[in-house]
Design a protein around this ligand. Structure first.
Ligand code: ZN
Length: 145
């Protein structure tokens, strides 16, 4: 079990050190920002939809390792999904971080199960996801580029 714990910790460290899809998305048609003042985290999510699917997604932000690693993971999980699928993926992730439920099979989202022992950090872990779902609710804006 401690091997698994190490593996999960390395997932979070890796996303923190080498964030995926970080930076402004030039062709974004939707943007939403979330703040977590209790920890000092913020996260802006950029989206571009192709039909009803997320064709491209990126984030920018600052804050604790949990918030930034979770936002990075979120971009990898939501790319290619519809708004309904993204909401389902978030519900699953939120269940993992609030209950500590461990899926039977290894998944990167399960790396965040340990967060449930630190309730104040749940907002850190869900910050980027909330911003993404907020962006999905918006109407399309004209692309700046
Ligand atoms: Zn935080």
């Amino acid at each position: 079990m401690s091997d698994l714990t190490d593996l999960y910790q390395s997932v979070i460290l890796d996303h923190n050190k080498r964030p995926r899809n970080r930076g402004r998305l030039p062709a974004a048609t939707r943007v939403a920002t979330g703040d977590n003042p209790t920890c000092g985290d913020n996260c802006t999510v950029y989206l571009r939809l192709d039909g009803d699917r997320i064709a491209a997604i990126s984030f920018e932000g600052q804050g604790c390792a949990i918030s930034q690693a979770s936002a990075s993971l979120m971009t990898t999980q939501l790319k290619g999904k519809t708004a309904a699928e993204a909401a389902a993926a978030f519900a699953d992730f939120k269940d993992i971080v609030t209950t500590g439920r461990q899926p039977e099979e290894f998944s990167e989202t399960a790396a965040f199960a340990g967060v449930h022992a630190f309730p104040a950090r749940i907002k850190c872990a869900t910050l980027g996801w909330h911003a993404a779902l907020e962006a999905l609710k918006q109407p399309d804006q004209p692309s700046p580029s």
